[in-house]
Design a binder for this molecule. Structure first.
Ligand code: FAD
Length: 482
């Protein structure tokens, strides 16, 4: 028995990721007795970090989306800071230098100013620029945060405006990689969220990366009186068919709460319910997962290698395929390298011209969960080695050339995460990166006091996940506060 046995809370939150922490802060500000349960040993969820030989590796964060300059009003970032009472300086956000989409021989640049993307589309696709502007207007008018927004198809909406399949694919690459749980498509509301947060707002990064965001959230939560229990998940949600009546913890304790807010995923949360079979909602398990290589360099990527971009979304095939990777037992089938994301965390305009002490190159691509999970530990290590080399080669073809021996000499450390890592950091079945394809937009579940927040409520990314935690707490627990 531990200190929690038999205790009662106003609200218990499952998961200390971005959405769980944000919800916890919000509820604690309003005087609630809140407990966050986290199965992992560290907070942050998908946006966590881990250490190897004293060096910290970020898992999620390439960029915090939704960046707006300090004077901007009424945007998601501004709302988030106000609701969580975070001063901008606390996040130390540095804007990106500029990013790009590489596809079908075209290189489209974009930055935290929409006009650059617009002029690039006009340059590369002059006959489509009016259609592009109409698509943009359609998205700007779209009420994506309305909880009643219908899923819809982003592909269909794009095709209704743009008749050049190359441009249609090109526009879907960044938004899919940063937030689609659906194969070869995206829910329309999520597409609108990502479009605005990537192209109209933009990218930023705290100097210390995701650790800075997690630290600020934990400090706020603690100062507001919130409690948390790490390395202890919720094992079962006891219920009477209408409400959750008790929460059985991994350590065997049972606690109670008036309300439960879960960021553990929609299918995963339903499966915690004691009256549900282990197979419930099998058709709604996400099938898309990622692997990522992380390479640490003793050179500054921009100064020494002339790599200027912050993020590059690339696709080397004729069409953009955003689909499950089906492994056939060979190492070659573990990852689909035809498209992916290159991130260089050094390429942000850090204040006072600060530079990161080491150079970083991160390359993300879609990967097969089952393929990686079936490997023995020796084969797993060998496959990581092979794919690390291969993905870096592919990425370097999209970057200004650096001689192989100069690049090899610059590498001081490397690691790679795979779909199993995603599963460990999030609890998502199958390492589903963006959770279930069908979301619970209003956060409701069949049980009256159990609500979903975060990825499977449908607001994505770091900012989106935090806003999801805030809005679900406001709506379902704080009686509609805003
Ligand atoms: C490679 C990669 C790069 C990304 N890059 C960016 C980026 O650059 N910018 C951006 O904005 N977003 C990015 N994202 C997306 C972003 O990380 C997520 O949208 C966001 O972190 C989701 O937060 P969440 O709180 O909904 O869920 P999660 O982060 O999944 O948190 C859920 C938490 O619940 C815990 N949990 C699960 N089950 C239980 C249980 N039964 N009991 C207790 N706890 C449990 C998990 O351990 C986890 O900590 C990226 C994601 C990936 C994978």
């Amino acid at each position: 028995m531990s200190d929690l046995q038999g205790k009662h809370f106003d609200t218990v939150i499952l998961g200390a990721g971005m959405s769980g922490l944000a919800a916890g802060i919000r509820l604690a500000y309003f005087g609630q007795k809140v407990l966050i349960l986290e199965r992992h040993n560290a907070a942050g969820g998908l946006n966590g970090f881990y250490s190897i030989a004293g060096r910290k590796y970020d898992v999620g964060l390439h960029a915090m989306t939704n960046y707006v300059p300090p004077e901007a009003k009424g945007t998601p970032l501004v709302k988030l800071l106000r609701q969580l009472r975070i001063r901008r300086e606390e996040l130390d956000l540095a804007p990106q230098l500029g990013s790009a989409i590489h596809f079908a021989g075209k290189r489209i640049r974009f930055a935290n100013d929409f006009s650059l993307l617009e002029s690039e589309i006009a340059r590369e696709f002059p006959r489509q620029i009016d259609a592009f502007r109409r698509l943009d207007q359609f998205i700007r008018d779209f009420q994506e945060t309305a909880l009643s927004a219908e899923p819809g198809s982003a592909r269909t909406a794009v095709a209704a405006h743009i008749d050049d399949p190359v441009l249609a694919d090109l526009l879907l690459i960044p938004v899919s990689y940063y937030g689609s749980a659906r194969e070869n498509d995206m829910d329309l509301p999520q597409f609108a969220i990502m479009w605005k947060s990537l192209f109209h707002e933009g990218f930023a990064r705290p100097y210390e990366g995701v650790r800075q965001i997690v630290r600020v959230l934990l400090d706020k939560y603690r100062a507001a009186g919130g409690q948390r229990k790490m390395k202890c998940g919720a094992r079962r949600l006891l219920n009477d068919g209408r409400r959750v009546t008790g929460i059985e913890l991994d350590n065997g304790d049972t606690i109670t709460a008036d309300q439960i807010l879960s960021s553990a995923g929609l299918v995963e949360t339903l499966r915690l319910c004691a009256d549900q079979p282990d197979t419930v909602a099998s058709d709604n398990i996400g099938q898309l997962s990622f692997a990522e290589t992380i390479t640490v360099l003793n050179q500054d990527p921009r100064r020494d290698f002339h790599w200027q971009d912050t993020i590059i979304f690339f696709c080397d095939s004729d069409r953009f395929h955003y689909e499950t990777v089906r492994a056939d037992g060979s190492v070659a089938s573990l990852i689909d390298p035809r498209s992916g994301v290159i991130c260089i965390p050094n390429n942000y305009a850090y204040s006072d011209q600060r530079t990161l002490p080491e150079g970083w190159l991160r390359v993300t691509a879609r990967a097969s969960y089952s393929g990686w999970e079936k490997l023995s530990s020796a084969d797993y290590a060998a496959a990581k080695e092979i794919w690390h080399t291969h993905l870096n080669q592919i990425a370097r073809r999209h970057l200004p050339a650096v001689a192989d021996d100069a690049f090899a000499r610059a590498v001081v450390a490397q690691d790679m995460f795979t779909p199993g890592t995603v599963e460990r950091f999030t609890g998502h079945l199958g390492g589903a990166i963006y959770g279930a394809p069908r979301k619970s937009r209003d956060g409701r579940t069949p049980l009256g006091n159990l609500f979903i927040c975060g990825t499977d409520q449908g607001f994505l990314g770091i900012t989106g996940a935090m806003l999801s935690g805030i809005s679900m707490a406001n709506l379902h627990i704080l009686g509609g506060k805003s």
